[in-house]
Design a binder for this molecule. Structure first.
Ligand code: AMP
Ligand code: MG
Length: 491
């Protein structure tokens, strides 16, 4: 294995706490070098915040690290084992095309996994080639950075390099490696793996590690594993509420794609909704609509029940008591979700305080949005900027009646209309990564080697609450409203 970078000033400050666990939850890896590594996108501000030196990352040694041709000094490269319920069915999985370089400890003491996605075969590759195509890696880069800018907990993207090697999909595609930055890659599926394949001691090691890494306040808890369950449920409730508030559809909410940290992870077939419709699905493989927009909170609850099951041996010595504790927490999820969603929706409508009939006010707006096939994001933008006119929705009697109720509701609060509009500006994104814009950006890079379209899109998406005139163009839904748009996974 090649280790050279420690001699430079690249800023690597790697630890390998996960690789140090005495559990069977990972495999140490050899590198799978690529023939011609070329850096095509580097997230400079993220690099700097990680304590990494941009010029060094751009140098030959730096690019070699980002391509998996060498690892920095201090790295113990591993692939993580995990299992998962995929569309409801339990399967053994693991990092089949990813390599964890290690954990970068930042100048302000934070710890982030650095993972190369598309870095070659691992013991968990099953039939796969371990590689990734350029388009999907760019897609993950755009979406993850857009999510971050939308203030949604998420993995981030540090860089994309091309490998100079083709990957064979339906057609030959340029190969690429994405460097992903995450609070950790521990998934619900990691716990499922531990509970199926490990001993109770192994499970406990994983749970204790997770607590220390993500929930350091556990020290005061009477029952630390109960605390872990509660906290994971809380973070997922908030996360999925935030997804739904911006119209984000993850597309493949298998338990292996749900991170225990509460970050969004694995942006395969994800996409943003245009027209408001809870049954919206873009993923080509989701024939039943299991992961449709409106199902996301239910699926999150289902996944968390699988998580709770893995913790049963740790929750209580008496398994009946353990089941009772788990059930209590799981049944509280929908209320937690609803509370987060209501807080967010009130913000989108400029409402500061709480009233009981807010829920029906919000739901009634959504109902008429659905009836008139209104664009989800742009309806809220029109309300924010007093431009609610000229569309079928805004000219309807239903909307006129709803608008009266909304105005009455706004007048019931102490704060001024100006304050309400300020709240709306900060709660309603001017832009989301519209699917056709994302596709244009990918096509420009992959087909023409033109990086400017993606560069401009990243720039526009980086400040969704700025409401600049340059964003207006990017706010338009596609002419066909993505009627036939499909996304693909594992590509
Ligand atoms: P995903 O759909 O990206 O969440 O991946 C599901 C599972 O398939 C994970 O275990 C991946 O590591 C694995 N996988 C996806 N693509 C490949 C590939 N090209 N080679 C090997 N494993 C893969
Ligand atoms: Mg995955």
């Amino acid at each position: 294995m090649s280790q050279r970078n420690g001699t430079t000033n690249a800023g690597w400050n790697l630890e390998n706490s996960y690789a140090g666990l005495s559990t069977p939850f990972f495999t140490k890896l050899e590198l799978n070098p690529v023939s011609e590594a070329k850096l095509i996108f580097l997230n400079r501000s993220l690099a700097t915040s990680l304590g990494l030196n941009v010029e060094e990352l751009e140098s030959e040694d730096g690019v070699d690290v980002l391509a998996g041709n060498q690892v920095p000094e201090g790295s113990v490269p591993i692939a993580q084992a995990y299992a998962g319920h995929q569309f409801g069915n339990f399967t053994m999985l693991g990092d089949g095309r990813a390599l964890l370089i290690g954990e970068q400890v930042t100048p302000d003491g934070k710890r982030f996994d650095l993972q190369l996605k598309g870095s070659g075969r691992t013991p968990y590759s099953r039939g796969g080639d371990g590689r990734a195509a350029l388009g999907p890696m760019l897609r993950e880069y755009i979406i993850s950075e857009a999510m971050y800018a939308l203030d949604i907990p998420t993995n981030r993207s540090l860089a994309v390099v091309t490998t100079g090697e083709p990957v064979i999909r339906e057609t030959n595609q340029p190969g690429a490696v994405l460097t992903r930055v995450a609070s950790s890659h521990i998934r619900v599926g990691t716990f499922e793996y531990a509970s199926q394949l490990g001993t109770v001691e192994d499970l406990q090691v994983l749970a204790d590690y997770t607590l220390q890494r993500h929930y350091p306040d556990f020290d005061g808890a009477e029952n630390r594993y109960h605390f872990l369950l509660q906290e994971v449920i809380k973070r997922q409730a908030e996360l999925v509420a935030k997804w739904n508030l911006v119209g984000f559809i993850h597309g493949v909410m298998n338990t292996d794609n749900m991170a225990i940290s509460g970050e969004s992870i694995d942006f395969g077939p994800c996409a943003f909704m245009n027209t408001y419709d809870p049954s919206t699905v873009f993923s080509s493989i989701d024939v039943q609509g299991r992961y449709a927009y409106g199902n996301q909170p239910y699926i999150a609850g289902w996944n968390l029940a699988r998580f709770a099951e893995t913790l049963l041996p740790l929750l209580h010595d008496n398994q009946e008591e353990a089941v009772k504790l788990a059930q209590e927490e799981i049944s509280g999820f929908s209320k937690l979700y609803l509370n987060h969603w209501l807080v967010g929706m009130r913000g989108k409508l400029g409402i500061f305080n709480e009233q009981e009939d807010d829920k029906s006010l919000i739901e009634d707006l959504l109902t008429i949005m659905q009836k008139y096939r209104a664009d989800y994001t742009n309806t809220f933008i029109a309300l924010t900027f007093d431009k609610a006119k000229g569309t079928e929705l805004f000219e309807s009697d239903e909307f006129a009646k709803w608008n009266e109720r909304w105005q009455t509701r706004l007048n019931k609060q102490q704060l001024s209309n100006a304050a309400a509009h300020e709240l709306m500006r900060n709660s309603n994104p001017a832009v989301i990564p519209r699917n056709h814009r994302v596709e244009d950006a990918l096509e420009a890079v992959v087909e023409r080697g033109d990086y400017s379209v993606m560069g401009q899109l990243l720039d526009i998406l980086s400040k969704p609450y700025a409401h600049t005139s340059a964003q207006a163009d990017f706010a338009e839904p596609p002419a066909d409203l993505d009627e036939n748009y499909q996304t693909f996974c594992g590509t």
